[in-house]
Ligand binder design. Structure first.
Ligand code: 6YU
Length: 498
């Protein structure tokens, strides 16, 4: 019966907490979360820069509207600003690209005219839209979104910009390089050449203008945790191995082995560890090993790094209304988003900064964004080295040799041993099938042994909202529901509270 079945959730991120919350509500008594670290939240992590709260991990509610469960919970808990709650805000359909007020600076230290670069941004946006249209087509004309976009730009630029002078044309191609770097951050990919074209349209956006949590994203976690019984989470308890189809025990089919040596038996395990962790540890984490089709999907799906570098100033060097600052390198008209000479050139991957608003709350703080192997290299540098590189960069692009940050703070998601990166994307050759494989429970379909021994939740198991908090939350609920309906099917007389 559900009352006695033992359910262990591996990982206390939003997906693990969501699964626990739903199972507890449905009347399961023996639910626990084993979390490797000393805190819950995982990639939802609010930190401090001086007196201000800043997000080390997830930043926005993407598409805050009725259909978004993160939005609905945040509203219910009273965590959002009035503006985010307005019908106008919820109705705004931005298709994943917020209409921020931009400013453009060049590597020769000049502010660029919008009209010189905006045609490149428009062409890029058009091609990015088209990249979503290769789904369900037989074969992809190009292996990646990066290949598709660069080929199309090369073909179309000549025609479109035939009356434009050479210098401006070249500048627009440099702007395309910048846009590729932006998309590396959005997709959590090393390069747009590693984002598959055929499945790009698999990702879906929701309506609503992206909003933030004024009191920190972790407020969502804190409120959800209040709905859980005390002691449900065991901290500092990394799970090393999951023995399923466990023949030594007849009462419980699954046995978990922790780093501490502790062994815990269970009827069901919900695994929510990040894809980066799975890629690294799948061979030791499952006994027997993962079925091949699942393993191949773990390997084929992409999991790159996107990091933030918060930079604080006494005095702003950008305009008051500016919301995003793009740094355009004038030597990048060959449309590149990767730098072979990483030690010297890593900083070129930083596409620019978003401006933290409102100023009354944050002071003058920018958030720099950097993805890819360059970002992973940045993590190995000291804070001083990063500060020096960012200071030099800003001095060069503003042409002002005295600009000096007062404080910086950066994330280091690749060196987080429980994550190994930021979030997932569909890599070369990926399809919808890979996400289906990711969420398929063990033992796989068609097996004779007890079903639903090991279930899989987490951001990288959502068919269309992967890489997001709402996607992760929904997968936790999905796997809880899988168990709830499993128990009602084997014992229909047990009425469920819900
Ligand atoms: C969003 C956003 N956002 C920025 C950055 C990052 C992410 N995301 P968790 O990892 O949370 O939990 C797993 C737990 O397991 C964890 O606590 C571990 O300690 C534990 N664990 C691991 N191993 C274990 C073991 N062996 N034993 C026990 N425990 C173990 N999402 O909605 N808005 O603004 C951002 C952003 C820098 C790093 C984000 C954002 C992603 C979310 O943070 C993430 O999906 C969820 O928090 C994951 O929750 P979880 O429970 O699955 O895992 C067209 C097209 C484009 C496609 N993409 C466009 C979307 C853009 C995505 N944007 C992201 C942007 C930012 C800025």
């Amino acid at each position: 019966s559900r009352l006695n079945s033992k359910i262990v959730i591996v990982g206390g991120g939003i997906s693990g907490i969501a699964a626990a919350q739903r199972l507890v509500k449905a009347g399961f008594h023996h639910v626990r979360i084993l979390e490797a670290t000393s805190r819950c939240g995982g990639r939802i992590k609010t930190g401090r820069l001086g007196d201000s709260l800043v997000e080390i991990g997830a930043n926005w509610i993407h598409g805050p509207s009725q259909e978004n469960p993160v939005f609905c919970l945040a509203r219910q808990y009273g965590l959002l600003e009035p503006e985010a709650l307005t019908p106008e805000n919820q109705a705004m359909d931005i298709a994943g690209h917020p209409p921020w007020v931009p400013a453009f600076y060049s590597s020769s230290g000049q502010k660029l005219n919008a009209e010189d670069v905006v045609p490149a941004i428009e062409l890029f946006a058009e091609l990015l839209d088209q990249s979503s249209e290769f789904q369900n087509q037989k074969g992809e004309p190009f292996p990646s979104v990066g290949d598709f976009i660069c080929t199309q730009v090369r073909q179309q630029a000549e025609e479109k910009w035939k009356d434009t002078d050479l210098a401006t044309k070249s500048l627009r191609l440099c702007m395309i390089s910048n846009m590729l770097k932006v998309e590396c951050c959005v997709n959590g990919a090393h390069s747009m050449n590693e984002v598959g074209l055929g499945a790009f349209g698999q990702y879906k956006t929701l309506p609503g203008l992206d909003c933030t949590f004024p009191g920190g994203y972790e407020g969502l976690i804190k409120n959800l945790m209040l709905e859980l019984p005390d002691g449900l989470v065991t901290y500092n308890m990394p799970v090393r191995c999951i023995h399923w189809n466990n023949s030594e025990r007849t009462d419980n089919p699954v046995m978990l082995e922790c780093d501490s040596g502790e062994k815990i038996s269970a009827d069901h395990v919900i695994v929510t560890v990040p894809l980066g962790y799975l890629k690294m540890h799948h061979s030791t984490m499952f006994q027997p090993p993962l079925p091949l089709h699942k393993l191949h999907s773990v390997q084929r799906l992409g999991f790159g790094t996107n990091n933030k570098i918060f930079v604080e100033f006494d005095v702003p060097w950008w305009d008051a209304q500016c919301e995003v600052i793009y740094l355009v390198w004038e030597d990048e008209d060959d449309m590149v988003d990767q730098f072979p000479d990483i030690q010297r050139s890593w900083i070129k991957k930083l596409f620019g900064f978003t401006v933290l608003k409102p100023t009354e709350r944050y002071g003058h703080v920018l958030c720099g964004w950097i993805a890819g192997h360059e970002s992973e290299y940045m993590e190995t540098l000291s804070e001083q080295e990063v500060t020096q590189a960012v200071t030099q960069l800003i001095r060069r692009f503003t042409g002002n040799p005295t600009v000096t940050p007062t404080r910086i703070l950066r994330s280091q998601w690749f060196h987080d041993p429980w994550t190994y990166g930021s979030y997932s994307h569909l890599g070369n050759g990926c399809s919808e099938q890979d996400l289906d494989n990711m969420m398929e429970p063990l033992p796989p379909k068609g097996s004779q042994s007890q079903p639903n021994q090991v279930l899989f939740a987490g951001e990288a198991t959502h068919p269309c909202y992967f890489s997001t908090v709402h996607g992760a939350l929904l997968t936790g609920w999905r796997e809880a529901d899988r168990l709830i309906s499993y128990y009602s099917s084997i014992n229909p007389s047990e009425a469920f509270k819900s």
